[in-house]
Design a binder for this molecule. Structure first.
Ligand code: SF4
Ligand code: SF4
Length: 178
């Protein structure tokens, strides 16, 4: 009698467990039909953003390139007639990038930013090399108001750094983004 009870109990437990899962929704998502919205801070495809006035932010300082642990950023610095530096060419090899975000952290002008856009895999490794025109966008990315040149003034006898006409006070370095 006891054995019969144990058999029935085991059968009921098994059926109950199965039935519970019949009425549960699927744990997986149908990709690419459904694309889960990712947080803005997700780290994938890299862009080169523009200042609020529409000019390119990158001043070709090489800091992102120096910070990159896999050496996948290269560029050539140049200077325009106003004395403002820019990258004559700028290249990122996404075939090597590990999306660590160190380049974004190193950038003093908020030019280089990682975005949540991750669908850029390709079977041809050469197509993973992005040139400056592939990376450039015409918006500010995560930081809508930051302009490096507004904050890059120097202190003098009259006013502190950022206190001159058309200058903004220094950025709080304790914030995550400038
Ligand atoms: S995310 Fe990391 S690996 Fe990719 S370019 Fe930036 S520093 Fe290099
Ligand atoms: S993206 Fe930023 S860190 Fe890299 S060279 Fe340009 S200004 Fe410097």
């Amino acid at each position: 009698m006891k054995e019969l009870f144990l058999i029935v109990h085991s059968l009921c437990t098994g059926f109950y467990t199965t039935l519970k899962h019949v009425f549960r929704g699927p744990a997986t998502e149908l990709y690419p039909e459904y694309k889960r919205p990712l947080p803005a801070r997700s780290r994938a495809r890299i862009i080169l953003t523009a200042d609020p006035d529409g000019r390119e932010r990158c001043v070709a300082c090489y800091l992102c390139s120096a910070a990159c642990p896999v050496d996948c950023i290269s560029m050539q610095a140049a200077e325009n007639p106003e004395g403002r530096r820019y990258a004559a060419w700028f290249r990122i090899n996404f075939g090597r990038c590990i999306y660590c975000g160190l380049c974004e952290e190193a950038c003093p002008t908020a030019a280089i930013q990682l975005t949540p856009s991750f669908e850029h895999a390709d079977r041809d490794i050469l197509k993973m090399v992005a040139e400056k025109h592939d990376l450039q966008v015409d918006h500010c990315g995560k930081d809508q108001n930051y302009n490096f040149y507004d904050h890059a003034g120097v202190a003098d006898a009259i006013r502190p750094k950022g206190g001159h006409v058309n200058e903004s006070p220094p950025v709080n370095v304790r914030t995550n983004m400038p």
